[in-house]
Design a protein around this ligand. Structure first.
Ligand code: TRP
Length: 356
């Protein structure tokens, strides 16, 4: 079977290093295998489900998220960008899938539950919001995605999609929809990067993010101001590397070759951690090294962003072509789905012939 990837994000703000280690890095790795058809979804319809009164925020972030993807190295010759709302099938399919899902099941979805608690909807939760996992199932199945590289918070969505696929194929006695598999980052520290302030979540509203498009100076300033072990006061104090975001970031960004280049008195991160735990290693040395590592990663990302910012006409052409291609691909699935249900009265001659 053809291997297809569908993944993406809600365009509600610029992407940060949490997105990078949590899903973008895996996306790039899969791209480099050349084994997949890859679609990157800019999920504006989903973003509307909790920003319906502020559509401008979404409109203003469509290009932003596309540029962030291109900046990290998504190759437009290997991947297709899809703006969700421009694809008819993604509006149709949720209507059919909604019949296969109970209200109780939607409300049990752990990710949706969490978000409802965070968002202060009070008692008036918009139906569109509770239903968004159905729309996400449409995104994934419309492209017949076999693999969905996502952050860990998205696992319940893939699970719910799989249930819908099984229910659809069983109910309509067909094999139209394809069961997708989630692909997670390789190491667990990458599952969720803490904020620069030590908060377990990195979030725009918390003001504790390092954005992919931050300038070199901004990144440095944020790193130098990072929360570390609060009990590591004097350099000679033994320090804690657990729950210390500086070390969590190093787990994700340090490489042995960066030690050789910037901090040759240590061979690798294990040695650095040992010294910190023993005492005698100051936070400034560690932060400065973290800054060196992050600039190594973010430097080329900034360069590529600049390249595309100077060629926006090409980027828009890319989006138009993506829309054409994605519309064609998903219309095939849509027609198969409508055939399977039997709501194809005007394309299936046997409907009429029964009566005439
Ligand atoms: N739920 C994802 C997010 O919040 C965005 C998304 C929408 C998505 N549809 C998708 C991700 C399909 C993977 C596959 O970022």
């Amino acid at each position: 079977m053809k291997k297809v990837i569908l993944t993406g994000e809600r365009p509600t703000g610029p992407l940060h290093i949490g997105h990078y280690v949590g899903s973008l890095r895996k996306r790039l790795e899969l791209q480099e295998t050349n084994e997949y058809d890859i679609y990157i979804l800019i999920a504006d319809l989903q973003a509307l489900t909790d920003n319906f009164s502020n559509p401008k925020k979404i409109r203003d972030n469509i290009l932003e998220v596309v540029l962030d993807n291109l900046a990290v190295g998504i190759d437009p010759n290997k991947c297709t960008f899809v703006v969700q709302s421009s694809i008819p099938a993604l509006h149709y399919l949720p209507m059919y899938y909604a019949n296969l899902v109970t209200q109780a099941r939607l409300e049990r979805n752990p990710t949706v539950k969490n978000e409802i608690n965070q968002k202060n909807f009070n008692k008036s939760i918009p139906a569109g919001f509770v239903n968004y996992p159905i729309s996400q199932a449409a995104d994934i199945t419309a492209f017949k995605a076999t693999h969905v590289p996502v952050g860990i918070d998205q696992l319940p969505m893939i699970e719910q999609t799989r249930e819908i696929v099984e229910s659809f194929n069983r109910t309509y006695n067909c094999n139209v929809l394809v069961l997708p598999t989630a692909v997670l980052p390789d190491n667990e520290t990458s599952y969720r990067l803490p904020g620069t302030d030590g908060n377990s979540k990195m979030g725009k509203s918390l003001g504790n993010c390092i954005y992919l498009k931050d300038s070199e100076e901004e990144v440095k300033k944020k790193i130098m101001g990072m929360y570390t072990d609060p009990n590591h006061i004097k350099v000679s104090d033994p320090g804690n590397v657990e729950n210390n975001p500086v070390f969590t970031y190093l787990d994700c960004f340090a490489k042995d070759c960066y030690f050789e280049k910037y901090l040759p008195q240590y061979k690798n991160l294990d040695e650095l951690k040992e010294h910190y735990k023993r005492g005698g290693l100051g936070d400034m040395v560690v932060k400065k090294f973290l800054n060196d590592c992050m600039q190594e990663v973010l430097g080329p990302i900034r360069e590529r962003r600049k390249y595309y910012e100077e060629r926006l006409d090409e980027v828009f052409k890319m989006l138009e072509q993506g829309k054409e291609k994605a519309t064609a691909v998903t219309n095939v699935t849509l027609n198969e789905v409508r055939d399977a249900i039997g709501i194809n009265y005007f394309t299936d001659d046997s409907f009429k012939e029964n009566y005439l």
